[in-house]
Design a binder for this molecule. Structure first.
Ligand code: FCB
Length: 453
């Protein structure tokens, strides 16, 4: 299905949003930095995983990626020239600590200090994610997030980073998408470290959420004026048909996919429906854990890409539900459904059902097979995706969504995890041979929009 330009909400403009609305782009350390062995960085679980044959589709790694570690000034210039007022980045834990008992690495600290100063100099509000999946390998060697001791290592890391940057960074995100850390990393094994065990994944998930809950007071103590939150990957869940069985499958899927995170973060514990389904695979929860996880935050980050459509599937453990891909949907070249309405539904639901404080769309974007032709990347499909999703944010605000900002994924094409460099999500094209950056048509559009055109 092709969108006609006439179907687009072309009337959208920046002035439809509050004057203090946060306009950003998101990136993450392993996906863009490269410089894997520079200035004392040690391997992360993604270096190990990507080096394992068969794990990343094009056999690539993040060893060089966008070489952002050396080209960050040019990249921040790009963000500034787009007219953005915020920039979301993550810190590579393996640049900061090279061993369990090690002292912080001065060169790693200095890099992020320069980066943050560079943002501030360009009028970009820094939004720092502490953990975007690049766990140091030496921690994985001791059990990784399955080991409760990792929570303490994370707290030490969070303490060092917030002391180091807290005079300049006021927006802190403890974790990016705990679902992916836990489930892709340890249940379906599509991501590092590549385990395939539901009980392991659920324990990892619990420990990650616990580390979030315990980090929040520590961040506040170090940065009294900090705004602290977490970024979740959430999906509206739709039934494959109107049948009662498919609708019941939606509820089961939603219990683990969304409520498993939202309920526990907002003080309701893990959903009884999901606990009943996973039975003995449920995580070990120690006294006080649930109270710690439910610590009040200033905001919730929502990463929205697509809805999930599910059908009743009695043989599927544990949810008795299965994701299906209806053929009649508009999709990106990655196969992800293009559904801006789903974002409206999702944001309104989260705002209605949970006391999240402010909401931010901390990621949203699309992957298409871009081509550089005559020096231009004419990515009209990505531009249209962006326009329609910004209109969805506007509609969700009108529907009570209290959304205060939007971060496009991503500033640059980058290392897309198990897909390597096969998927391009950037508003800027990377010619990986030369590391040349070329702003795509979508990036030009975002920039014109932000300038009030
Ligand atoms: C999200 C991740 C981000 C990026 C996008 C496409 O799940 O947080 O790193 O890979 O998907």
């Amino acid at each position: 299905m092709t969108m006609m330009l006439t179907d687009l909400p072309m009337a959208i403009q920046r002035s439809d949003f509050a004057g203090d609305f946060v306009w950003g782009v998101s990136t993450s350390s392993y996906q863009i930095e490269g410089a894997a062995a520079v200035d004392g960085r040690v391997p992360s679980i993604w270096d190990t995983f990507a080096a394992t044959p068969g794990k990343v589709r094009d056999g690539s790694t993040g060893a060089v990626a966008c070489d952002h570690y050396h080209r960050w000034e040019e990249d921040l210039d790009l963000a500034q020239s787009m007219g953005l007022n915020a920039y979301r980045f993550s810190i590579a834990w393996p640049r900061i600590f090279n061993g369990v008992d090690a002292e912080p690495n001065a060169k790693g600290l200095a890099f992020y200090s320069r980066l943050v100063d560079g943002m501030l100099a360009r009028g970009l509000q820094p939004w720092c994610t502490l953990y975007h999946w690049d766990l140091p390998q030496y921690i994985q060697d001791q059990g990784g997030w399955n080991n409760r001791a990792t929570v303490d290592l994370y707290l030490r890391y969070a303490d060092v980073m917030t002391r180091h940057l807290g005079d300049r960074v006021k927006h802190w995100i403890t974790h990016n998408e705990p679902w992916c850390t836990a489930m892709h990393g340890n249940w379906d094994g599509m991501h590092a470290p590549g385990n395939k065990s539901l009980p392991l994944a659920l324990q990892v998930c619990h420990n990650v959420l616990l580390s979030h809950g315990r980090a929040v007071p520590l961040i506040r103590a170090n940065v009294p004026d900090a705004k602290v939150g977490i970024a979740l990957s959430l999906h509206p869940v739709m039934p494959a048909s109107d049948s009662a069985t498919d609708r019941a499958a939606v509820s089961r899927h939603d219990a683990l996919r969304n409520r498993w995170f939202l309920d526990v973060l907002y003080g309701r514990g893990y959903p009884a429906q999901a606990l009943a389904l996973v039975g003995a695979d449920a995580p070990v929860v120690e006294p006080g854990d649930l109270e710690a996880i439910a610590v009040p935050c200033d905001f919730l980050g929502v990463n929205y890409y697509f809805p999930e459509v599910v059908r009743d599937a009695p043989d599927e453990y544990p949810l008795r539900a299965q994701i299906v891909f209806p053929p009649d949907r508009q999709r990106t070249d990655f196969g992800w459904e293009v559904a801006p309405d789903g974002m409206v539904t999702l944001l309104e639901r989260v705002a209605r059902d949970y006391p999240t404080g402010d909401l931010y769309v901390t990621e949203n974007g699309s992957s298409y097979d871009d081509h550089l032709e005559d020096g231009l990347v004419r990515d009209t499909a990505r531009r249209d995706y962006l326009i329609r999703h910004l209109a969805a944010v506007r509609d969700a605000i009108a529907g009570g969504g209290r959304i205060k900002g939007y971060f496009a994924w991503s500033l640059l094409d980058n290392f897309e995890w198990a897909e390597g460099y096969l998927r391009r999500f950037g508003l800027t094209y990377i010619d990986y041979e030369t590391q040349r950056r070329i702003v795509k048509q979508s990036g030009e559009w975002y920039s014109a929009f932000l300038r009030g055109a």
